[in-house]
Design a protein around this ligand. Structure first.
Ligand SMILES: Cc1cc2nc3c(=O)[nH]c(=O)nc-3n(C[C@H](O)[C@H](O)[C@H](O)COP(=O)(O)O)c2cc1C
Length: 354
């Protein structure tokens, strides 16, 4: 059975215009990544996980994650934490910042997060997990989604035990990454569990894990009955994977296409994070964009060594002169930065004023 990935679907009253969701990825899902994902066919994009404690304490870097641009919608902002009341306040803040959906992280396997009682550990504490969902759903006023792993231990089926309970507590959709927390990213996502979850709950389910091609997306959708697939690692430095999955556009991008997307990505990220943070942050993206046989390996190494992102852009344009016209076209299509909701224009309560 062929599934039409361009078909829209709904999370309560939020229309999602395609059946591909761009995964939340810490250290990756900056605004440039999310906007690019929307341009290449993602129906829903998601911020990386945002600490509710960081929001509570008005940590400047955490607040920076709440920057939302006009062309990102529909957008989910993901929060993590372990205290229902603090999560509820964080939900209010992310909705004030422009989130269409508040996503709750019950999947993070990283020790720094789990040791605080947040992320995947909440799968072992269903009462607390449900209390968090209920508090967030009441506070948010927009649909709430939950993203989870299969459980903590290998072979765990906890996601199936907890699924409908989370829905009863107020979750409007569930995303399942069917690996255990212990597995981290090893082995394979077992989407037979996704199929079981779809049978058990009466909300749309998003299938996350190892979706790297149109064929795989079609087969996961057809065999699980999920409403959408989520794509993460396959989209790193490779938005073309998204259009291949959604529309079947199988053409490899030209060098000019790759250089142009990277240049726009670099410039937008510098605008978001500032030169100092962006120059370190961007290094991994050079390999992701320029790899896959697109540019010679020494070229990537050369970019990583350059001091400033301006030099990176100059070097890319020298290697791929045809990219300049493409960059101009791409940048002309981006909305005016003045249209963004910046922290300055947020309600005063965001700063803890009231
Ligand atoms: C670098 C990286 C960072 C991630 N950060 C998050 C995160 O902040 N929140 C979350 O729910 N999942 C996070 N994930 C998990 C992904 O959203 C996704 O569920 C997982 O990578 C499986 O999908 P994939 O095979 O398409 O990559 C992260 C994954 C990676 C690789």
């Amino acid at each position: 059975m062929q599934v039409d990935l361009r078909e829209s679907w709904w999370i309560r009253d939020v229309e999602i215009p395609s059946r591909l969701v761009l995964a939340p990825m810490a250290g990756v899902s900056v605004q440039a990544f999310r906007r690019q994902g929307r341009r290449y066919g993602a129906g829903l994009v998601c911020s990386e996980m945002v600490s509710c404690a960081g929001l509570e304490h008005r940590n400047e870097r955490t607040l920076g994650y709440l920057r939302v641009a006009r062309d990102e919608h529909p957008l989910a902002i993901q929060i993590f934490g372990s205290q229902p009341a603090v999560m509820a306040e964080a939900a209010r803040m992310v909705v004030a910042a422009g989130a269409d959906i508040v996503d709750i992280n019950f999947g993070c396997p990283v020790r720094k997060v789990t040791k605080t009682g947040a992320g995947a550990t909440l799968l072992e504490d269903p009462d607390r997990a449900c209390a968090i969902v209920a508090a967030v759903a009441t506070a948010a006023g927009v649909p709430v989604s939950v993203k989870m792993r299969r459980g903590l231990e290998n072979g765990s089926r906890v996601c199936l035990e907890i699924g409908q309970r989370l829905v009863d507590a107020g979750a409007a959709t569930l995303t399942l990454h069917p690996r255990s927390a212990r597995q981290m990213y090893t082995g394979e996502a077992d989407h037979s569990l996704t199929a079981e979850l779809v049978e058990l709950v009466d909300v749309p389910v998003i299938a996350s894990g190892d979706v790297t091609s149109r064929a795989r997306a079609q087969s996961v959708l057809a065999t699980t009955g999920a409403a959408a697939v989520m794509v993460g690692r396959a989209a790193q430095g490779n938005p073309w994977a998204l259009s291949e999955i959604v529309d079947g556009d199988a053409g490899e991008p030209s060098r000019d296409d790759v250089a142009a997307e990277l240049i726009v990505f670099v410039r937008e990220t510098v605008r978001e994070l500032g030169e100092r943070r962006a120059s370190g942050f961007l290094k991994k993206f050079y390999g992701w964009y320029l790899g896959r046989g697109r540019f010679p390996r020494p070229f990537k190494q050369e970019l990583v060594q350059l001091e400033s992102t301006e030099e990176v852009v100059t070097r890319l344009l020298a290697a791929s002169p045809g990219a300049a016209a493409l960059v101009e076209r791409l940048e002309a299509e981006l909305p005016d930065p003045a249209d963004e909701i910046l922290l300055d224009s947020m309600p005063i309560s965001i700063y803890g004023g009231g």
